[in-house]
Design a binder for this molecule. Structure first.
Ligand code: SF4
Ligand code: SF4
Length: 349
């Protein structure tokens, strides 16, 4: 670690250069690099960061809808426990609807959307969101968001992944900004109309999009709010209940589509569609925790493993060694787990 710091100090000036220049001058001789052996973790099979993240993701997926099982089996005292603690848990920067019948934790974006449309200002939610993002960046996207989790699991089967060019990726990423502008604009407009008592025309005009404009297309809202509230068949003879689902069936098809595409395009919904992800990226660019590369170990001319495994399709090698500061990095640490030279480091600055 001391060696890492020393090397970075030596190259600090170089890292301030524009991307291409920062990459051309190698701070360390190649011979020295080739002699370095990757560090091995003897307990790697059990105690590795990928495994840990999967476990945390599953716990959050269950925890977010914490009392669905207890409610299902009629364990009322456990259900009562969850319903009590939900009042004390803050929203976190993920996608999780406030109104889900079994929700314990909600997403900052979802809560802000609902608060604005109710003609209030979400001071506490915004404050908590900014603090979390400044400290840990978009790590909740990688470790806690249920929609990110399901996409990650959909991506696990070894299929060839689609990886658009940098230019295409930049264009596609703009999609979530456009969606955010529309959704946030409608939320503020509706909130203002409600505050002055003139919301009826707007509500009629917006129809299903009147309350929270993103919800009809929000996979978390569809999965955890819309679907549980449908009339579920209890036997073969009640299968016809599905015909009563109407618009919910279309929404379910959309969610299935999102996860199916993730098999080939990792986290495409996060990268191109999610307006919450765009909002979170604004505050996480300069997060205290982030990813860097050890220039003594990284071999960017001959290796691109980190970029190939990055679910957010970030061109990691284009960033300075010291600290990546990418608004799209979700701190999943896939690059760190896969780097054959153990060159990816976690930075605190
Ligand atoms: S960007 Fe992805 S992980 Fe982050 S909140 Fe949106 S859906 Fe969840
Ligand atoms: S750069 Fe690394 S930590 Fe960040 S999103 Fe990509 S793989 Fe995950």
């Amino acid at each position: 670690m001391a060696e890492d710091t020393e090397r970075l100090d030596e190259t600090a000036e170089e890292e301030e250069l524009p991307e291409s220049e920062g990459q051309t001058e190698e701070p360390v001789e190649k011979e020295e690099k080739s002699e370095r052996e990757p560090r091995h973790n003897p307990l790697g099979i059990i105690l590795n960061v990928r495994m840990l993240r999967r476990v945390v993701q599953i716990l959050f997926l269950l925890g977010i809808n914490a009392y669905v099982f207890t409610a299902w089996f009629g364990a009322e005292y456990i259900t009562a426990f969850w319903t009590t603690i939900r009042n004390y848990l803050p929203s976190i920067p993920i996608l999780a609807p406030l109104e889900a019948p079994f929700a314990v934790i909600s997403g900052s974006f979802d809560t802000m959307q609902r608060t604005f449309t109710s003609a209030f200002f979400p001071f506490f939610t915004i404050g908590a969101m900014i603090i979390i993002l400044i400290f840990v960046g978009r790590a909740p996207c990688a470790w806690a968001c249920p929609i990110g989790t399901i996409q990650d699991f959909a991506t696990l089967p070894k299929r060839e992944k689609v990886r658009p060019t940098a230019a295409t990726e930049i264009e596609m990423r703009k999609g979530k900004l456009y969606i955010f502008v529309v959704v946030a604009g409608l939320a503020v407009w509706l909130g203002a109309s409600r505050a002055v008592g003139g919301e009826l025309v707007l509500e009629t005009m917006l129809g299903a999009f009147a309350n929270d404009a993103f919800n009809p297309l929000n996979p978390a809202y569809i999965l955890f709010k819309v679907i549980p509230e449908q009339l579920w068949p209890t036997s073969l003879s009640t299968l016809w209940y599905f015909t009563q689902w109407g618009f919910a069936l279309l929404q379910l098809a959309f969610v299935i589509f999102v996860f199916a595409v993730s098999i080939w395009v990792p986290r495409w919904f996060c990268r191109w569609i999610c307006p919450a992800g765009w909002l979170y990226s604004v505050f996480s660019r300069d997060a205290l925790i982030g990813i860097g590369r050890n220039p003594a170990r990284c071999t960017p001319d001959v290796c691109n493993v980190c970029e190939m495994v990055c679910p957010m399709n970030i061109r990691i090698r284009k960033y300075p060694y010291k600290h990546m500061h990418s608004p799209d990095c979700i701190m999943c640490l896939e690059c760190k787990s896969h780097c054959p030279n153990d060159a990816i480091v976690i930075r605190f600055s």
